[in-house]
Design a protein around this ligand. Structure first.
Ligand SMILES: *Cc1c(COP(=O)(O)O)cnc(C)c1O
Length: 378
């Protein structure tokens, strides 16, 4: 039984939508009909003021860095336990990522460490909602308000998760989503910027359209469009949006299934947890993006990964912490102990989670983990 780590979900009408961009709309560049429909879906579903599709979450983070006005030497507080793009987007503007530790129950930024990391150069805080589990947004937005800082949510993994009834990504000044093939809702590569602070919308549209006022030209507000600011080509082709819209229309169903997969793992692996072999947090607050377990130490993590891979089960560890990566050391700064980040990343094993994963496959994964700890009859 060969079980991949991830199998991209296809809902069925992606191709019909793509055919429509070509055969009916006869336009495939960015900001077309499907792009606008996807943006409308995000705006109404997540209750954000403005959504702009981007070609990746990385691009959305780069736009966020520009909109926060981050320049050379400006500092941005973030967890080290995250994907490179969270930091890179700010480094591209000359900013300095300031890394702090995570909490052991959520693997999210420890809000209690933020204030001591603030300096006169601090511009923004970037909470990352790991596995779609919400960061402590009350504490984070409170600190940001008290110190005049921007909040950019890296909600790459967090589509349709909530914090006290508010959609993740729609709480800070800006939110960044990913539709990369490995995420819950996909378009191959893809992302979106959510602009929750109304005062940033006009500039966001300009950056998105290569630094031009094309949006206002399309609306008839100006009679010619021209270069007015920095910017880039952040918008995806409408072919991508056509694919994405089909996925969005099944988002609830996809996430419900992934949540059920995670709950089933928690059930199957509970005996190993009770026996003290493995540990895991099973938060019902997540959106079924990730199910991970912790081995007892780093050596055991390596042996468990090899054991499962030998049985053709796709498993991965998660994140070389940014503060210990080559570029992280060159461009960033550490502003707290990294004990929990280092510990979690040295022990974490992610299990296969995807829409079509069967119960039989999940039982095989669980019994393979059991056989690692208890021997073949375990
Ligand atoms: C996947 C991911 C990204 C990058 O998303 P892309 O769409 O691939 O650019 C950024 N941050 C986090 C936390 C992610 O998981």
């Amino acid at each position: 039984m060969k079980i991949p780590f991830n199998k991209p979900v296809i809902v069925g009408n992606e191709l019909t939508n793509i055919a429509k961009t070509v055969l009916v709309n006869a336009t495939t560049s960015g900001d077309g009909e499907f792009t606008r429909e996807c943006q409308l879906w995000l705006e109404t579903t997540l209750k954000t003021r403005k959504a702009l599709l981007t070609h990746s979450c990385t691009a959305a983070l780069e736009m966020a860095a520009m909109l926060c006005g981050v320049g050379p030497g400006d500092e941005v507080i973030m967890p080290s336990f995250t994907f490179v793009s969270t930091a890179n987007a700010f480094v591209l503007r000359g900013g300095v990522p300031v890394f702090i530790d995570i909490t052991p129950d959520t693997y999210n930024i420890d809000a209690a460490l933020i204030e001591q990391a603030i300096t006169p150069r601090t511009k923004a805080i970037v909470p990352v909602h790991y596995a779609g589990v919400p960061c402590d947004m009350d504490a984070i937005t409170g600190i940001a308000r008290a110190h005049g800082l921007r909040v950019v949510e890296d909600a790459a993994q967090a589509l349709l998760s909530e914090h006290k009834g508010n959609a993740l990504g729609a709480i800070g000044d800006l939110g960044c989503l990913s539709f990369h093939e490995t995420k819950n809702i996909i378009s191959g590569e893809g992302g979106a910027l959510l602009i929750n602070d109304e005062s940033l919308i006009e500039r966001a549209e300009i950056l998105w359209q290569k630094g031009t006022n094309r949006k206002n030209f399309d609306r008839g507000v100006v009679d010619k469009y021209t270069w007015v600011d920095i910017g880039s080509s952040f918008l995806p082709s409408d072919l991508i949006a056509a694919f994405l819209l089909a996925q969005m229309q099944h988002a609830e169903q996809i996430i419900a299934r992934r949540r059920a997969v995670c709950a089933r793992y928690a059930q199957l692996l509970d005996p190993l947890k009770q026996a003290g072999h493995i540990a895991f947090e099973q938060s019902s607050a997540g959106n079924g993006h990730i199910f991970s377990i912790l081995a007892r130490n780093h050596d055991e993590q390596g042996r468990l990964l090899r054991h499962l891979r030998a049985l053709e089960i796709g498993v991965v560890f998660h994140y070389i912490p940014l503060h210990s990566s080559e570029a992280g050391q060159k461009f960033g700064r550490v502003a707290s102990s990294m004990a929990i980040t280092d510990d979690v990343s040295s022990r974490l094993v992610r299990l296969p989670v995807f829409y079509e994963l069967t119960d039989e496959e999940q039982q095989f994964v669980a019994s393979s983990i059991a056989s690692f700890y208890n021997g073949p009859r375990g």
